[in-house]
Design a protein around this ligand. Structure first.
Ligand code: CP
Ligand code: NVA
Length: 321
């Protein structure tokens, strides 16, 4: 097999050096470029073609929270692009002893070609991006999860052939995953309906700003409390855990408050006839999603998880110099 040639593959240089701290960093066209490349990289991987797009590059993975998909898809993706991954729990860095984010970003920029960060506070990712001279990729914060949103959009487009006009119902906690899904929907023309109980609704500032994006793309963003109204006619039913990392103390209350938002066979039956179920994982089976839906023939959850690999490789292929 010949080596994958980035010029022949037509990977554009327009995103070189750019960070991906949130979905809104990238224009609709840039997001679609990433999705197109992810599709292409998926095909090339199935052909077992060598993709030496990051030869000699080392990408840092700084994590303050556990991870299965983000960490493993990152390490595997970097290796598959011919680069080297360096996983570093944040507690092992001098950051944990008070070295500033700015100094850490400046120094790591001299060693690494990109950094993916999973942390609590979005401002930490933003501060890294402000001071680093290499791309900073958000691997999840308390308020956003942009790589997940790219994989979600890739999965929806694979199934329906388009994103424009696809009605997506997100049920449950209006959290980080919901925010990023809402933003990518707003930028790519999907009709997103988010249903959450009072107290768990998505951030109204994010909703208002996504509605501005939606006006330009033909998307629509609706927020409501009624889960039954939300699923009617939806082609995608999406949920996430009710207790995110860092919220463990609220678990019992959340289980009670969010119970009506569980995705089960009844809600799937009330959606469009060709509706699919998505979940970013990890799932708490029997809480936000029932086993029959998660493991049923309408679930695209495992494709969605696989697509984390392809979108991450696309983001690095586009941004790393
Ligand atoms: N969906 C997702 O980000 O999973 P991990 O927490 O396992 O990385
Ligand atoms: N909302 C979840 C997503 C996990 C991938 C969390 O932040 O824990």
């Amino acid at each position: 097999m010949p080596e994958y040639d980035r010029a022949v593959a037509g990977i554009p240089d327009t995103l070189k050096g750019r960070s991906f701290t949130r979905v809104a960093d990238w224009s609709p066209d840039e997001l679609l470029t990433a999705l197109d490349l992810a599709d292409e990289l998926k095909v090339e991987r199935a052909r077992r073609r060598e993709l030496r797009i990051l030869p000699g590059r080392t990408v840092g993975l700084i994590f303050r929270k556990p991870s299965t998909r983000t960490r493993i898809s990152s390490e595997v993706g970097i290796a598959e692009l011919g680069g080297m991954a360096l996983y570093v729990p944040a507690a092992d860095l001098q950051l944990s002893r008070g070295e500033s984010t700015r100094d850490t970003a400046l120094v790591l920029s001299r060693f690494l070609s990109a950094i993916t960060i999973r942390t609590f506070d979005q401002t930490e990712v933003d501060e890294f991006a402000e001071h680093a001279t290499i791309p900073i990729v958000n691997g999840l914060t308390d308020t956003s999860h942009p790589l997940q949103a790219l994989a979600d959009a890739m999965t929806i487009r694979e199934r329906f052939g388009t994103l424009e006009g696809v009605r997506v119902a997100y049920l449950g906690d209006g959290n980080n995953v919901c925010h990023s899904l809402m933003r990518i929907a707003a930028r790519t023309g999907m009709h997103l309906v988010a249903a959450s109980p009072e107290g768990y609704l998505p951030d109204p500032v994010v909703v208002a700003s996504c509605r501005e994006d939606a006006a330009a793309s033909g998307a629509s963003i609706d927020v409501m409390v009624d889960p039954v109204e939300a699923v009617a006619g939806a082609r995608v039913l999406y949920t996430d855990v009710w207790t995110s990392m860092g919220q463990e103390d609220e678990r019992e209350q959340r289980l009670r408050d969010l119970a009506p938002y569980r995705i089960d066979a009844e809600k799937l039956a009330a959606a469009a006839p060709d509706a699919i179920a998505l979940h970013c994982l990890p799932a708490h089976v029997g809480e936000e999603i029932t086993a029959d839906v998660l493991y049923g023939d309408r679930s695209l959850v495992w494709d969605q998880a696989e697509n984390r690999l392809h979108v991450y490789k696309a983001v690095l292929a586009l941004t790393v110099r």
